[in-house]
Design a protein around this ligand. Structure first.
Ligand SMILES: NC(=O)c1ccc[n+]([C@@H]2O[C@H](COP(=O)([O-])OP(=O)(O)OC[C@H]3O[C@@H](n4cnc5c(N)ncnc54)[C@H](OP(=O)(O)O)[C@@H]3O)[C@@H](O)[C@H]2O)c1
Length: 268
């Protein structure tokens, strides 16, 4: 069979994938995977320098000029709730070349650093801020997405939550509210946006740049603890969980679902 006749390997070939949070960690791995599947990737995150750096890292990793033509990126800070809509339109216009190249997929892995809060310290301001990037931004993105996406069952939006709300640690109350809320949002958006599909990935503990902000002297101990919480006794790698996002993009019958890649943490 010639490679051109493959039914599965080339499902994403020629697709346009906008990745919020594509400049590091899980999102960057999704960008690598989408590129390898023949898609065009558009990376976005809040810092212009990180967008440029990620584009360069992808180009270095895939030196073939055919790959370079399929890598772009634009900054957009998702942390200012009041400006979300205003800031997202220019990004969508860049990503779709002013709606002449509509998107097939949106992958959302953006997540800023948030502090944990004891119940005693919980404030309305903290609760609002903690959900800006991970909860409010995906809702506004989904609101705007339809006019920048191909309306078909081959199109998808894939969000990111976490299984933490199934077994919440101390000081995660407000965060767990948003993580759990994304499940309802996923189902509702799947209903609203059909035939565009909407799914959410639940990653377990994955070693990414997210942990650069943690106290580095305590990190090895924490990593050991998190590894011991799953059946495989390990911390996941971004290129492992990236497969969940690839699946969500490729299976044109999957919508409204939660896809877990957590080493079996939920059942240990
Ligand atoms: N790693 C894990 O163990 C794990 C487990 C469960 C769930 N998750 C969730 O999965 C998501 C991705 O995690 P990760 O480990 O890949 O983290 P990461 O490596 O830190 O990546 C986060 C991405 O979000 C972008 N970002 C941060 N603030 C932003 C903002 N204000 N506007 C737009 N983009 C912003 C970052 O780029 P800039 O800094 O340039 O903005 C970066 O591209 C997060 O929501 C995280 O909570 C992670």
């Amino acid at each position: 069979m010639s490679p051109l006749q493959f039914k599965y390997l080339h499902k994403l070939a020629g697709h346009r994938v906008l990745i919020f949070g594509g400049t590091s960690g899980i999102g960057f791995a999704v960008a690598e995977a989408a590129l390898e599947h023949g898609a065009t990737v558009i990376l976005s995150s809040s810092k212009p320098a990180r967008v440029e750096n990620a584009i360069q890292r992808l180009k270095d990793a895939y030196p073939d000029p055919n790959f370079h033509a399929r890598i772009t990126g634009y900054p957009c800070d998702l942390s200012i709730a009041e400006k979300l809509e205003e800031d997202l339109h220019p990004l969508f216009n860049q990503a779709t070349e002013n709606r002449t190249a509509l998107l097939d997929h949106i992958v959302f892995t953006a997540g800023n650093w948030v502090k944990f809060s004891t119940l005693e310290d919980l404030s309305l301001e903290y609760i609002r801020n903690v959900g800006n990037v991970r909860y409010l931004a995906p809702l506004i993105i989904a609101k705007l997405a339809r006019s920048y996406m191909k309306v078909a069952d081959t199109s998808s939006i894939t969000l990111t939550s976490s299984g933490t709300h199934f077994r919440p640690p101390l000081q995660w109350t407000a965060i767990c509210g948003f993580l759990a809320g994304l499940e309802g949002v996923t189902r509702s958006l799947a209903v609203e946006l059909a035939p565009i599909r909407v799914n959410t990935v639940y990653p377990g503990s994955i070693k990414t740049e997210l942990f650069d902000g943690w106290p580095q002297d305590k990190l090895p101990e924490l990593m050991d603890k998190w590894a011991s919480q799953n059946l495989l006794n390990k911390i996941g790698r971004p290129e492992e969980v990236a497969e969940a996002y690839v699946y969500a993009m490729k299976d044109s019958f999957a919508t409204g679902t939660m896809i877990t890649s957590d080493g079996g943490k939920r059942i240990k």
